[in-house]
Design a protein around this ligand. Structure first.
Ligand code: C5P
Length: 309
């Protein structure tokens, strides 16, 4: 059972107040793009996991845990528990999504493992764990996992797990510039809090953010220029503080004519919106020469969420 699952970029990531549970309330507009991982689950005597770069991909997989910290392993254990079966499967993860890159690669693998194991261990026509159950289990595993199941473009509220599909028209063309080494999501959120405190925002904590009308209109009309102008990410300042060299990457992309640029999620991958597939190919080729860029990968979105292949 093999499941393909997309990476995401956040088109709007507005970070509200820190909640009592340690999460922040968000407006998180997710957009699934054509960089994808594949997770294969095959019957085995016990639960194991292997991780490798997908064919043709230069993703550095060294940072991916191979124990119970691996989100795909946790997903498999959760499915086994809910089905009342032993977690007997070998998981093979083939990665094209940057590791700890701000594109929800770990969450994508968890989503794919949920679907693969649910089908491997329960092949009834009316399976015990339906789509809504998997979305719920996904939210237990991480804030970005439900979106990896859903795909497309969606507005995430709460900690990002309460999803509503967004209306979009056409296809948008992107370039993703990866950096050497990852950034830890909790560290970036903590840096965002620290910067806000240092800037005196603590006396008056940020209110609940709102969905950008400008962004929704650009998506619904397929207006790439409008979308480029509407991209925002409240975590960007924190990511740039932790990794100042990303400024050079963003400047390089803008100088090459990107319609919009931003740090993807908690970084360090930077996203550039382009005019067309050709523009994306050209921009990727030119960006690949920048000294702060490890790889420059063209991709398009929106694409579907986790699918069995
Ligand atoms: O949900 P997930 O495990 O992916 O989140 C990783 C970390 O990111 C959390 O532990 C938290 O520090 C931070 N986070 C947050 N607010 C959110 C989502 C994530 O502070 N809405």
């Amino acid at each position: 059972m093999t499941v393909r699952v997309p990476a995401k970029v956040n088109l709007q990531l507005s970070v509200g107040p820190l909640r009592d549970d340690g999460y922040h309330d968000l407006v998180n507009v997710f957009h699934a793009v054509s960089l994808a991982d594949e997770v294969t689950a095959t019957p085995a005597a016990r639960l194991t996991v292997t991780v490798e770069a997908a064919p043709g991909s230069a993703v550095a997989v060294g940072g991916v845990p191979l124990d119970a910290d691996n989100l795909a392993v946790r997903a498999a254990l959760l499915v086994a528990e809910h089905l009342g079966v032993e977690p007997e499967a070998a998981l093979r993860i083939r990665k094209a999504i940057p590791v700890a890159g701000g594109m929800a690669g770990g969450s994508a693998d968890a989503a794919a493992a949920l679907v693969a194991c649910a089908r491997l261990w329960d092949d009834r026509e009316d399976p015990l764990l339906g789509r809504d159950d998997l979305l719920e289990l996904g939210a237990v595993l991480g804030s970005d996992v439900p979106f990896a199941l859903l795909g497309g473009t969606a507005v995430g509220l709460g900690r990002g797990e309460r999803l509503t599909p967004a209306l979009t028209r056409g296809t948008f063309h992107w370039v993703f510039a990866t950096a050497g080494g990852g950034l830890s999501t909790p560290v970036v959120y903590a840096e965002c809090d620290r910067l806000r405190e240092a800037n005196g925002e603590q006396a008056e904590p940020p209110g609940l953010p709102e969905v950008s009308e400008e962004l929704m209109t650009a998506l619904a009309t397929g207006d790439a220029k409008g979308l480029g102008a509407a991209l925002t990410n409240d975590l960007q300042a924190a990511a740039l503080e932790l990794r100042p060299s990303l400024r050079r990457t963003l400047t390089a992309g803008r100088d090459l004519g990107a319609l919009g640029s931003l740090v993807s999620g908690s970084g360090p991958t930077c996203a550039f919106l382009t005019e067309s597939a050709e523009h994306a190919a050209d921009l990727a080729a030119a960006l690949a020469g920048a000294d702060t860029v490890r790889e420059a990968l063209p991709a398009h979105g929106p694409v579907p969420g986790a699918v069995i292949i």
